[in-house]
Design a protein around this ligand. Structure first.
Ligand SMILES: C[S@@+](CC[C@H](N)C(=O)[O-])C[C@H]1O[C@@H](n2cnc3c(N)ncnc32)[C@H](O)[C@@H]1O
Length: 310
């Protein structure tokens, strides 16, 4: 159901004591979903693959990377970060804000693990499942439509939690990371690669995760660290990836200038705003308005080690 309709239904529901916050949250969730919505996405991707000369019968995860790794650095950054995790085929990973599923399929193929993705966009989950099926990965990866702050999984369901460029749309970070803590096994790790607020001033909009400030919620690196430690996570590694993100964007920019936009790319997801979003993203990075952090944190295994604030 459309989130605006849901908000109205909530308002008129006789058995639900509706608060202003319920309505506000419902509208915000709807706005985030609307931001990522793209009519005819499945056909657009399959057509672009065909035009790029990809044989759909021999499809590989790498072929999809220009569109399904929707974060700065793409598949290269996914692989570099994942290699720090010692993933193997015994593990079940949850990708929070899994988008079109590129990272989840990459982890499954490269490390043999089982991966579940969860995403707010029903359309993205549907297309992610279709792509997994085309790659013959449907027994190893699956996708659930849902909200990261209220996930449909039992406590301690996953060995590893993985999230890239999704928290920027989520206002209540304590709720988000507490929910991640809940579904992670004791001793399990959470790997976060996110865009955070830099010290250089407000973000230039539109950006790939938001056309306006209302659905953009960035913490500073210190605020993120305090939030994670406040919940009880132990920081195992903390890396500033801003420099390598800037270099990646410069290389991308030079390539597009020389060769034009590729058939398959994030522009298919973002539509007409893509160029302005990409330009703003470069300025935001260069002017230190945003920074990139890769961090791996652990839910301690022994109850005595837990300092969680409930
Ligand atoms: C920029 S994309 C990144 C997708 C993917 N992590 C990747 O790197 O390819 C952000 C994703 O986060 C999802 N998202 C935003 N808010 C969410 C929420 N509250 N719960 C679940 N997913 C969310 C969006 O629907 C979108 O697919």
């Amino acid at each position: 159901m459309d989130e605006h309709v849901k908000a109205r239904a909530l308002f008129f529901s006789p058995w639900h004591c509706v608060t202003k916050r319920d309505i506000y949250m419902s509208l915000i969730v709807g706005n985030v979903e609307a931001h990522y919505a793209r009519q005819g996405l499945e056909l657009a991707i399959l057509t672009a693959l065909d035009e790029a000369g990809v044989d759909l019968g021999q499809l590989k995860t790498e072929d999809l990377a220009p569109i399904d790794e929707f974060h700065i650095g793409g598949r290269k950054f996914t692989l570099e970060f994942a290699r720090q995790l010692e993933l193997d085929e015994t593990m079940h990973v949850l990708d929070v804000g899994s988008g079109l599923g590129g990272p989840s399929r990459c982890l499954a193929v490269e490390f043999g693990c089982q991966v579940t993705g969860i995403d707010l966009s029903e359309e993205y989950c549907r297309v992610a499942s279709m792509l997994a099926q085309k790659l013959g990965l449907d027994s190893q990866v699956s996708y659930r439509h849902g909200n990261a702050i209220d996930m449909p999984f039992k406590e301690g369901s996953f060995d590893v939690l993985w999230t890239q460029h999704a928290a920027m749309n989520i206002a209540d970070k304590t709720k988000l990371y507490t929910e991640m803590w809940r579904v992670l096994k004791p001793g399990g790790v959470l790997a976060i690669y996110d865009v955070l607020a830099g010290g250089g001033g407000p973000v230039h909009f539109p950006v790939p995760w938001a056309r306006e400030a209302g659905i953009s919620h960035l913490l500073s690196p210190q605020q993120l660290r305090n939030t994670l430690e406040g919940i009880g996570f132990e920081v195992l590694s903390w890396q500033d990836a801003t420099g390598k993100g800037r270099s990646w964007f410069r290389r991308m920019g030079a390539k597009i200038k020389q060769e034009g936009l590729p058939r398959l790319g994030i522009h298919l997801l973002l539509g007409d705003d893509f160029r302005l979003m990409a330009q703003n993203q470069v300025c935001n990075l260069e002017e230190d308005r945003i920074v990139l952090i890769e961090t791996i944190v652990q839910r301690p295994s022994s109850p005595s080690a837990i300092q969680r604030k409930d």
